[in-house]
Write a protein that binds this ligand. Structure first.
Ligand code: ATP
Length: 360
């Protein structure tokens, strides 16, 4: 993957009357990258995508695509193509007619259209589907055709606005994997927006998390999951347990926090020199449910607490516990193995996690 920027966004603002949809957003997307913008409904994702596509005019700031300032460039002259939430396929028409629509508009001769549509069908794992009517296709197949239609116009940047949201859970999971594969095979830049953090984690090279018109964190899925820079990001990307507390001591990257309900938690920080942490002391500390151990094995860990089981949910591959430690309820997720001991509601257990498993 080249590290040059395919998209550069600089100080983007968008106001709709008194609503500020984007409040000074700056970042770049690398050439060939699968970049996902994720955030709750109304945070400005679609607005940003529409500005990139040229469907909406920015109030302030600049978008560069392949180094070119796009200000004032109409949608049809941009090297982008957008796949929408609602598919917008032509009903009762063949897959070929749908796929090749853009090529026909561009005056590509029929034989070549057919050939390129067939190549795309093979990328989409839908060989032999050309003559079918779109009405005969499943939701997932229709989604792939809509994707293929956009890809056939060979955009430098493919813009995807929640394209999987209409699919059921199983299909959505399959399409996440498919999208990754298609992206890998084609080597083009994908810019994806969604409120679904799972899509963001599974499919992307990097993600950006948005909140109220601002980009609050950016990084690889792993960086953002392991090192969220705020309680908002920690809660939005995955499940977590968070305490508010005060710093009791800092030694290198090792920090001890006393939580508001009196627990002493040994944790880590990336930035031990941060003056505000040490001086003012109020911090948040988190541990992900799957990093917490329950039972005998918890005893030797750097953080160990006595807890009462409040609820147990058996999920097949995992067991979820809700346990009470002092005044806090804690979520614990254990993989279910051959001889997993199941703890009953109301029983007393130890829960524990290593210092490195939690994060300030
Ligand atoms: P969702 O996930 O629900 O699609 P989003 O993150 O994509 O949400 P946007 O659609 O970009 O959010 O909207 C951001 C804000 O701008 C919202 O408060 C929305 O109501 C407002 N907004 C968007 N488009 C318009 C418009 N054309 N006129 C007025 N307000 C708008």
């Amino acid at each position: 993957m080249s590290s040059s920027a395919a998209v550069e966004i600089d100080g983007l603002r968008k106001e709709f009357g008194d609503v500020t949809a984007l409040n000074g957003v700056s970042f770049d997307v690398r050439d060939g990258e699968f970049f996902t913008l994720v955030g709750p409904s109304g945070c400005g994702k679609t607005t940003l995508l529409r500005i990139l596509a040229g469907l909406e005019r920015e109030t302030e700031g600049t978008v560069y695509i392949n180094g070119q300032d796009m200000t004032g460039t109409p949608a049809e002259n941009r090297p982008t193509s957008m796949v929408f939430q609602n598919l917008a396929l032509f009903p009762y028409k063949s897959v070929y007619a749908n796929l090749a629509f853009g090529l026909k508009m561009d005056g590509v001769p029929k034989a070549e259209r057919r050939e390129r549509a067939d190549e795309m069908l093979s990328v989409l794992n839908l060989e032999g589907y050309g003559e079918k009517s779109t009405d005969e296709l499943s939701g997932g197949e229709q989604q792939r055709i809509a994707l293929g239609r956009s890809l056939l116009t060979e955009p430098d940047i493919l813009l995807l606005d929640e394209p999987l949201s209409s699919l059921d859970v199983q299909l959505r999971k399959e399409m996440q994997i498919e999208l990754r594969r298609i992206h890998r095979d084609l080597d083009s830049t994908f810019f994806y927006v969604t409120h679904d953090q799972e899509v963001a984690l599974t499919a992307s090279d990097r993600i950006g998390v948005m909140r109220d018109g601002e980009l609050v964190q950016r990084g690889t899925p792993q960086e953002v999951y392991e090192r969220p820079n705020s309680p908002f990001v920690a809660r939005f990307i995955g499940k977590t347990n968070i305490w508010r507390g005060e710093v009791a001591s800092v030694t290198g990257d090792a920090v001890e926090v006393i939580t508001a309900d009196g627990l002493r938690i040994r944790t880590t920080t990336d930035d031990p020199d941060r003056g505000d942490v040490i001086k003012n002391g109020e911090v948040h500390v988190q541990v992900r449910p799957e990093r917490v151990t329950v039972g005998e094995d918890a005893r030797d860990m750097e953080n160990v607490f006595e807890a009462t089981v409040e609820d147990r949910i058996y999920q097949g591959d995992d067991i979820l516990y809700e346990v009470r430690v002092g005044e806090t309820s804690l979520q614990v997720q254990q993989p279910s193995k051959e001889r997993t001991v199941l703890y009953d509601v109301d029983s007393s257990v130890n829960v524990g996690w290593s210092r490195a498993a939690s994060y300030l």
